[in-house]
Design a protein around this ligand. Sequence first.
Ligand code: ZN
Length: 238
Amino acid sequence: MDYQNRAGSKFGGGGVASSSATNADRRERLRKLALETIDLDKDPYFFKNHVGSFECKLCLTVHQNDGSYLAHTQGRKHQTNLARRAAKEEKEGKAREAQTQGALMPGVQVRRNLIKIGRPGYKVTKIRDPQTRQNGLLFQLNFPDLHGTKPRIRFMNAFEQHVEEPPDKDYQYLVVAAEPYESIAFKIQSREIDRANPNYYTWLDEDSKEFYISLLFKTERDERYGNVPGLAPSGPRR
Ligand SMILES: [Zn+2]
């Protein structure tokens, strides 16, 4: 092999992967992760029909196997329908809720002259690090009309927000802001995020405009909360 003439590579230096190759790698990794971790029983649109094939109740499509269904959920059609559904639900009188969600992130939401276009479609999946057995969550948000800037995230503890009173110290809020969308907040258990774990990251797929937030909780207190509440913006009531 002629190392000296390899484009973009100095003698002794490692080659640099192009950003598109990196993107493809990452997407492949995410696809595998999704296949390993998506719990189809929790997907409200997943339906196994009487002849053993799989249907998407949102898009009214039929799939021969679960892999094909999963691929479908990551495709444009399904994501568009998710976004459409979210916009429709928004219209149907969720104004108050949207308002409270905006209030969660006052510093971001104050520029009222901006026209907001509704909330993003999203999907939350439980994940588990196969090595460390740590539990975590993978958030996938769909921002097809993102305005240039990358989505921003922020964790807020129960006492930093003023929407849910009195504050419940067992929960924290993951707030995601991306113009021109409404900011949304996910209510999750208030366990410490393991920020040192390589599976803690955010990533924007520039092609599909899908934004991923992957996080794992530290292990110590795992047993104390047998299951994972907060899979939707509003957690269980008490
Ligand atoms: Zn679908």
